[in-house]
Design a protein around this ligand. Structure first.
Ligand code: UD1
Ligand code: CA
Length: 437
């Protein structure tokens, strides 16, 4: 238990110029989830924070919509124009006026930060009864980060930005991770005293360190060992690197839980997917969103599971199969070239190659459900036009377009009758080889 309550301020107003994108930086995604989502969820998952303030600015409406649609305990505050990280935090000050607790400040572009680290960080602040704790890390290449400056007695006294640093300061390898824990009551005055007389003419959040030292407050750094977690995204190259880091972590967790992954280099599985032991994942599988997959399944090669799949045990999802928002029970096979969306498949169902659930009406924009009950099967190249139910043990003939429910144990066929014309080919050949000269 902490001694104080905690609120968070998440900085997400910047443009992200180096992304070279129409979209705000924090809405760029990893496994379909915006970077900002990862940060808000890490903060929420500490179970310490009662309220989050998200500072929005560049393309504020879009960022605000994402936050409001997904996080009920987060409130957006507009910062316009964007005058620096210190100015950004100051925009939240009126909402926490008189707050006698801890405020953690996190950047919306560091999606790899974990709840566990944030929790340890706040506990470290609390245990030491500090006024200000800054998360830091030791980087071999500290370029572009603010440096942690210490005095002769090794006391942490300031943060200096790269652009303002002397050659001597640039040589410092301890960097500012951009994550802060602030005892608001003792430090809030600092925000009324920020100056912008620096290389970027911005109000720097980092200047609260110097102010706090000058006011004899307890300032400390928390050196993080796992540097990956504070990896900040400023470009699309870094976005791809962060995706790799997150994916690797996810695959290692799954393998440790007993999942066999043949080729981790070509396999992408979102951190919110759980998979049972002894399931085999073949190369080039891409799984995003939140899914549950059972044990002894065989997935891939080349399968795409998009979100909301609940897959039982001993299920086969084969090559060029896409699954979206569907439940699939035990011992069912969807082996090749199929699309299963908004569907419920029972157990021991066999989906023939090239079966498509036509779940979307582009005119009404309505998505409908396909239900396929236990033991039913579909022939190759069949189209199930939702809403539709294929009942127990029913059979859909290859090439059929199914627009009505099929009763249990029935066969549904919709095809034009087959016509065979004997000797047609032979006659053609004879005609071409001179018969009608
Ligand atoms: C900042 C720190 C630097 C640290 C680095 C860690 C300052 C002055 N510098 O630098 O010491 O090493 O983070 O990644 O704080 N933002 C706003 N409003 C603004 C400006 C920025 O909301 O007016 C947001 C951005 O959207 C971003 C975050 O604040 O999410 C950090 O801003 P950025 O410009 O990326 O700071 P850095 O230069 O990386
Ligand atoms: Ca940055």
């Amino acid at each position: 238990m902490l001694n104080k309550n905690v609120k968070s301020i998440i900085l997400a107003a910047g443009k992200g110029t180096r992304m070279k994108s129409d979209m705000p930086k924090v809405l760029h995604t990893i496994f379909n989830k915006p970077l900002l989502g990862y940060v808000i969820e890490a903060v929420n998952n500490t179970d310490l924070v009662s309220e989050n303030f998200v500072i929005v600015g560049h393309e504020a409406e879009k960022v605000e919509k994402f936050v409001n649609d997904n996080y009920s305990n987060a409130k957006c505050i507009l910062q316009s124009p964007q005058l620096g990280t210190g100015d950004a935090v100051n925009k939240a000050a009126p909402f926490i006026n008189g707050f006698d607790g801890y405020v953690i400040v996190v950047c919306g572009d560091t999606p790899l930060i974990t709840a566990e680290t944030l929790k340890n960080f706040v506990e470290f602040h609390d245990n030491n009864e500090a006024d200000l704790t800054v998360m830091s890390a030791i980087f071999d290449n500290p370029k572009n980060y603010g440096r942690i400056i210490r005095d002769k007695n090794n006391r942490f006294v300031a943060i200096v930005e790269e652009k303002d640093a002397s050659p001597e300061q640039k040589a410092v390898k301890e960097i500012n991770a951009g994550i802060y824990c602030i005892s608001w009551k003792s430090v809030h005055e600092a925000f009324n005293n920020l100056q912008n007389n620096n290389a970027q003419c911005e109000y720097y959040l980092t200047d609260i360190v110097k102010w706090s030292v000058e006011h004899n407050l307890k300032v400390q750094s928390y050196i993080l060992d796992n540097k990956d977690e504070i990896f900040g995204i400023n470009s699309k190259v870094q976005l791809a690197q962060a995706t790799k880091i997150l994916n690797k972590k996810s695959l290692i967790r799954l393998m440790e839980e007993g999942v066999q992954i043949v080729d981790p280099d070509s396999t992408y599985i979102s951190p919110e997917t759980t998979i049972g032991a002894d399931t085999l994942i073949l190369p080039n599988v891409y799984i995003t969103g939140r899914n549950t997959i059972g044990t002894h399944c065989k997935i891939g090669p080349f399968s795409h599971i998009r979100d909301g799949a609940v897959i039982g045990n001993n299920v086969r999802i084969g090559n060029f199969v896409e699954i979206k928002k569907s439940t699939i029970k035990d011992n069912t096979n969807v082996s090749h070239l199929s699309y299963v969306g908004d569907s419920e498949l029972g157990s021991k169902v066999n989906i023939g190659a090239g079966t498509i659930t036509a779940n979307y009406n582009p005119i009404s924009k309505v998505k409908s459900k396909t239900i396929i009950k236990d033991g039913a099967n579909t022939g190759s190249n069949s189209v199930l036009v939702a809403p539709v139910t294929i009942n127990e043990m029913a059979s859909v003939a290859a090439g059929s377009v199914i627009t009505k429910d099929v009763e249990a144990y029935s066969l549904a066929v919709s095809r034009s009758p087959l016509k065979i014309i004997p000797e047609w080919v032979k006659r053609k050949i004879e005609q071409l080889s001179g018969g009608i000269k």
